[in-house]
Design a protein around this ligand. Sequence first.
Ligand SMILES: Cc1ncc(COP(=O)(O)O)c(C=O)c1O
Length: 421
Amino acid sequence: MSAAAASSALAERARELDRADPLAALRAEFIAADDVVSYLDGNSLGRPLRATRERLADFVTHVWGGRLIRGWDERWMDAPTEVGDQLARLTLGAARGQTVIGDCTSVLLYKLMRAGVGAQPERRVLVMDSGNFPTDRFIAQSVAAECGLTLRTIDPAPLAAVSIEDVAGALDEQVALLVLSHVDYRSAEIARLAEITALVHAAGALVLWDLSHSAGVVPVGLDAAGADLAVGCTYKYLNGGPGSPAFLYVAAGLQDRLGQPITGWMGAADPFAMGPGYAPASGVRRFLSGTPPILGMLALRDMLALIERAGLDRIRGKSVALTEFAIECSDALLAPLGVELASPREATVRGGHVMLEHDAFRELTPVLWARGVIPDFRPPRGLRIGLSPLSTSFAELETGIAVVAELLARRTAPARRAAQP
Ligand SMILES: Cc1ncc(COP(=O)(O)O)c(C=O)c1O
């Protein structure tokens, strides 16, 4: 089949998939950018909801403007746990009282790494996966240096999620804490969170999971897995907006045993006692530090309401269908041009995005952006196709991949002609 015929067959299939999609109507609830024909970066920064535009205006006028400082007593003090509980119920499989919102993911990683290694000070090893996102690795390095710990590194196969065997090989009686990613930020491979957690517990250690690429798109099941600690950001599949605050989870049974290093007044037992010394709050509030980011949680509330209406299982269903279709389009249109798939073909171990590789992707990415096709580039040669299920259509995805194919073909055409005798 010619490239043009393959492309029009895929475009027709995309229309069919959109017609059959039970969540298709929800796409209209997001604000569309006029100059974007294919947004493939919702895994990095989700689109805003129309409801958020109204909520922000209403908040400024009536809540902040109307209630002023009274807002703290009336509602805002409970927002970190209230929104945290909702996020936990809808996306993390976690019961109330274990999740709070506040700070950025990096700061929460620092707090929970210090909490985790401090739980068993006689254990002197911190383990991290070299495939973790940079901020996780950098903070693990500084926590190890600060606490005089040995940093042990797990090196999975390139772009692979950490495996059970990798973890087993890194465990011994000296390990206090492991810092691992649930969904790999490059390939989207999903690590076996429950089995790895059980293995780590059998060795007497704790594990801190980064859920940034799972929350809102891949069901997590923290309580069922007996998880200890987790963090994640809210600006990806949770559409909290640029710089929206992150969440942390600490299992109920651990909370009162753990301390954290940023002992600000909002994590204290009585923030308004203005006493001479710090005594931690009981429960998950002790992991807070400063004034809660009330404005930063507004968009997140709207997305959580939409996730509740859609249901996480249906969201995961559409996510799998989108990533399957991305692979189908890539196999048909891009593989003949030398593009390789760097994500798993097996859907059960693949998260919400697809990574494609080609040497030309670094230089093609700005050209794609100029054409209104917006994926992101991850060095050295990866094009990440992020597929936020509630705001992405199959047609939009096919359009984007067809433009990638067109640009790649144009780039390689003169070289091919020159190679002909
Ligand atoms: C896996 C992972 N962890 C952490 C972060 C970033 O954390 P922060 O919210 O501190 O910028 C990202 C950002 O993309 C990420 O992908």
